[in-house]
Design a protein around this ligand. Structure first.
Ligand SMILES: *Cc1c(COP(=O)(O)O)cnc(C)c1O
Length: 407
């Protein structure tokens, strides 16, 4: 037996910077704006429904496709919010979080050696899911244009090859905070239709958009419903990331393919949590509005304080995340900045290079998660502002006129 028993296709996935940064937060006592999980619970009726379901004896395997009541609630929500129709019996599959949905979809739909096209930066599980399937990854860059990350339509068109099976799209986008516009989605749809690609749309932040920006599902564009699998996460929608309840909606033959793989990954689980989500999804509106306004206030508080102190922040239209440029506080390398922030400022962030196949491309960027209480955000923002001020005094690194914290 070799010392290193891990198969080569996973050699690059051994440890993550998320684990490193969380360990650093724990060791230093720094405020953790690294990993993206909320620090408060979801709606009380959701928690009560889960507790009741446990005590009512809903503790055995749910049906493979998910509880019928949850699938019905999902179908009604898609119709009400987006006008898209799904048959709860054949076109909706409940999964163990969006993560399982992504892994099962790629394994089910991409033959070994064929390609998945993905926008870079991308959520870190995509790379591992593609590797697990023995598929190949090709990337199309998202780059800042006027502070907002977007793609070049010509680069997208040029990245498609005869081996491309799936275009994997994430909107609202982690880590950039971009919510794809109608025009951008139309460009993506046109490429899918022209090359007969399947689209996998990771829309876990579908409800978490700000400033009146609306999320448009890729599947709602003309011609796309029959080739798009849409992935959602109750964890993200209801501040219950530890429950791992997600789902896939799409055409019957695609959902059936995903179900085939999914039944041998986890089969099915989370019965009491599925009951709770089924009970609360039809009554989501008040909660979603509250969550949106809480998150956008947190984004504003963090962004305004950082910007005022000389940090260059990028546009954020949705999600939990705000990106900043490490160079604006005198660092070329976001990973080095994150280590210093943990020990010197008492704040943990994630170097965005973790979301790049080519880490050099995202070297200068860092990601802050603002899905935290107002008090945590205020304290963290104050520390980050002071850090920038101190750097400025020490090294005179800031080239533009800083705002209210000039030395
Ligand atoms: C959090 C997240 C997921 C995973 O969702 P789970 O339901 O927790 O598995 C998938 N995609 C993106 C972009 C995410 O940010």
């Amino acid at each position: 037996m070799p010392d290193d028993v891990l198969v080569p296709r996973f050699a690059n996935f051994r440890s993550t910077v998320f684990a490193e940064m969380t360990a650093l937060a724990n060791r230093t006592g720094a405020l953790n704006l690294g990993q993206g999980f909320p620090d408060s619970d979801g709606p009380p009726e959701l928690l009560a429904a889960a507790a009741e379901a446990v005590l009512a004896g809903h503790n055995q395997y749910p049906p493979l496709p998910g509880l019928p009541a949850l699938r019905t609630a999902i179908a009604e929500q898609r119709l009400a919010d987006y006008g898209t129709r799904y048959d709860p019996d054949t076109e909706i599959l409940v999964t163990t979080g969006a993560t399982e949905a992504i892994a099962a979809a790629i394994a089910a739909l991409v033959p070994e050696g064929d390609e998945v096209l993905v926008f870079e930066p991308f959520y870190d599980s995509y790379g591992a899911a593609i590797a697990l399937a023995g598929a190949r990854r090709r990337t199309v860059a998202l780059r800042p244009d006027g502070g907002r990350f977007t793609f070049d339509p010509d680069e997208l068109a040029a990245a498609v090859t005869p081996r491309t099976r799936v275009l994997l799209v994430n909107t609202p986008h982690n880590p950039t905070g971009t919510v794809l516009s109608a025009a951008e989605l139309a460009t993506i749809a046109e490429v899918c239709l022209r090359h007969d690609l399947i689209a996998i749309a990771d829309e876990v932040y579908e409800h978490l958009t700000f400033d009146g920006v609306r999320h448009v599902p890729l599947a709602s564009l003309p011609g796309m419903a029959e080739r798009t699998l849409t992935i959602s996460s109750a964890g993200k929608t209801f501040n219950a990331t530890g429950w791992k309840v997600g789902w896939v909606c799409g055409p019957e033959r695609m959902v059936a393919a995903v179900r085939t793989v999914k039944q041998y990954l986890t089969f099915a689980g989370g019965t009491p949590f599925q009951h709770a989500v089924a009970a609360v999804l039809p009554r989501r509106h008040g909660w979603v509005e509250t969550l949106r306004s809480t998150l956008s206030a947190a984004r504003d508080a963090l962004r305004d304080e950082l910007t005022g102190a000389g940090w260059q922040c990028f546009s954020c239209q949705g999600t939990y995340f705000l990106q900043a440029d490490a160079r604006s506080v005198g660092y070329a390398d976001g990973a080095e900045l994150c280590r210093d922030l943990a020990t010197e400022a008492g704040v943990v962030a994630i170097p965005s290079s973790a979301f790049y196949a080519d880490p050099a491309a995202g070297r200068a960027l860092v990601r802050f998660a603002f899905c935290k209480s107002p008090a945590v955000i205020a304290t963290a923002a104050g520390r980050l502002a002071r850090f920038a001020g101190d750097r400025q005094v020490q090294e005179g690194v800031l080239r533009w006129r800083p705002g209210r914290r000039s030395a």
